[in-house]
Ligand binder design. Structure first.
Ligand code: NAD
Length: 295
């Protein structure tokens, strides 16, 4: 079995790395924060001292970091993966970052004859824990096939969608659909509540119809309980919507609804709610309508 290095042990990286240990892979791990490292070492992983050190001991290096700057830093920066990686090894970036950044990192690694795929995920912490993430992959097919078994230990659906950056284009599409869906659900439930109809009954009445969705089933119970513990933080979704807007503008694609949702998220950030789960978007509508959606 291939030796794996795992960099970025946050909400998502921790359970994903643990699933690799459970599947029998040997793991060397690194994070700039001690908490994630300690958790993984207790679960049986070895500690690396830098991304370079992790890469020098690994055949496959996985990164699960917040955004493009952190991925550039960990892979291309000082003591980065690129300084330690062995010939024939593969980089798998599972972070959600700008597709153009994936292409740039790929090109820099290619100068050293190292291959890379971008493989962002959807499903959030619960699916990371269960090993049932949806994984969308961009990059050379040969590289994808070489690491497919490893991805399958973390996800129940692993789809190769195209060349490098395609995984992150797919993830941006996913994030637009999720954000707009949460906003639609929030807008509708605030209206129903102010009209005097029980929002839980509205949810139960419509969830089996055309308006029902995975987003509705995951997020409405959180809105009703007013449980905005993440999950997926608003600040991470802001990052995804900014990447979506940058990418869309470069391609000449207007995305007007996405820009509105981004501003709603920015308003919540100003209110000190950047670390709330993105279901907390409902609070924006509640403030406008002066009513709370609750059980
Ligand atoms: P997180 O902030 O919880 O974890 C990121 C980890 O990276 C942290 O532990 C941090 O210390 C570490 N880190 C930052 N810079 C580093 C560096 N230079 N070197 C080493 N470690 C570094 O974020 P998360 O929720 O785990 O998300 C990770 C990625 O997955 C993001 O791109 C996010 O958009 C995406 N994602 C998250 C979810 C979710 O529900 N949380 C779902 C799907 C995709």
């Amino acid at each position: 079995m291939k030796k794996i290095g795992f960099i970025g042990l946050g909400v998502m990286g921790r359970p994903m790395a643990k699933n690799l240990l459970k599947a029998g892979y040997s793991l060397v791990v690194y994070d700039i924060v001690a908490a994630g490292m300690n958790d993984l070492i207790a679960a049986g992983a070895r500690a690396g001292s830098s991304p370079k050190d992790v890469a020098s001991q690994s055949e496959v290096v996985i990164t699960m970091l917040p955004n493009s700057p952190e991925v550039r830093q960990a892979i291309l920066g000082k003591d980065g993966v690129i300084e330690g990686i062995q010939p024939g090894a593969v980089v798998v970036d599972m972070s959600s970052i700008a597709p153009l950044a994936s292409r740039e990192v790929f090109a820099r690694l290619a100068e050293k004859n190292i291959s890379m795929i971008d493989a962002p995920v959807s499903g959030g912490e619960p699916k990371a824990i269960n090993g049932t993430l949806a994984i969308m992959v961009g990059g050379p097919e040969k590289t994808f096939l070489a690491v497919k078994d490893i991805l399958a230990a973390m996800g129940s659906s692993v789809t190769h969608v195209g060349e490098i950056g395609s995984g992150n284009i797919t993830k941006l599409a996913n994030q637009i659909i999720v954000a707009l869906n949460i906003a639609a659900v929030a807008e509708a439930l605030v209206l129903a509540t102010k009209a005097g109809v029980d929002p839980e009954k509205v949810y139960q009445a419509i969830r089996g119809g055309l308006a029902g969705s995975t987003v509705m089933d995951a997020k409405v119970p959180m809105m009703l309980k007013r449980d905005f513990k993440p999950g997926f933080r608003i600040d991470l979704h802001i990052k995804d919507m900014m990447n979506a807007l940058d990418t869309a503008h470069e391609l000449g694609v207007p995305i007007p609804l996405s820009s509105q949702i981004l501003e709603i998220m920015q308003a919540l950030k100003v209110e000190g709610k950047a670390r709330d789960d993105h279901s907390g978007l409902v609070q924006f509508y509640e403030k406008l309508a002066k009513i709370e959606v609750r059980k």
